[in-house]
Write a protein that binds this ligand. Sequence first.
Ligand code: APR
Length: 266
Amino acid sequence: MLAELSPALIAEVKLAAKLLAAKQHICILTGAGISAESGIPTFRDKQTGLWENYGVEDLATPEAFTRDPKLVWSWYQWRRQLVADKAPNPAHHALAQWQYHAQTSDQQVTLITQNVDDLHEQAGSSVTHLHGHLWRNRCGQCQTPSQDQPRTSYDNRNTMSFDEALLTCPHCGGYIRPDIVWFGEALPIQAWQIAEEAAANCEVFISIGTSSLVYPAAGLAQLAKQNGAKIIEINPDPTPNTIVDITLAEKAGVILPLLIEEITAL
Ligand code: APR
């Protein structure tokens, strides 16, 4: 499989594998790009990116939901339909395999994602979500999680209703919203603590499939670097991330199975 890559990229994969196999504390941050090969659109890729075709300010801010809850709810119900039948790709599976392998070695592989899909979980990974969960709802007013909504957990994916009619909270009558972090909102405290701690204490930080444009998540690589970590980036396209030590410029679904195969063989 390595033979399918250019000699320069093969050398970089081997270098990254050697570095990773020698270290104990690894922190991985994934973004929309890791789910792209599963058929889920990213946000900022030209033509196909969601924010290339829809207005962030109309759909992914608390102000938008206050202004037009029906529009926002309908859009997220459409996104749920889009994602419902999608399955993990080789990149998700490779990371899950690595975490499984790490249980019997000295390594601690902490996986943090900006994604709201559940493909890491479906692949068997243990993952911390920084930007919430597409398949969970909560009240937009009193913030109570909607336990009675379909698909509040990851295993009842077949019972999800994609109805566009607005739902109201049984406690306060407020409109139900997806449990997703919108622009201008704070990240979940516990998830952010896990991410900051893992980034600050890791020896290698791997950024996968993210444009590194959205903070505070994009700042995790800088935090890791300041604390002495090496930075690896897996992304077929360049990003503004200037602190990268090893760039693996290919799709995550191509690189990760090879990289993890190399690491676990060393
Ligand atoms: N493998 C790896 N990377 C890929 C692949 C792939 N197969 N396909 C695309 N990419 C890269 C793109 O080159 C791009 O740099 O994935 C990145 C996706 O970037 P964005 O669309 O900006 O997604 P992300 O960085 O996750 O966005 C961050 O923005 O709108 C918010 O909350 C949303 O969590 C999201 C946040």
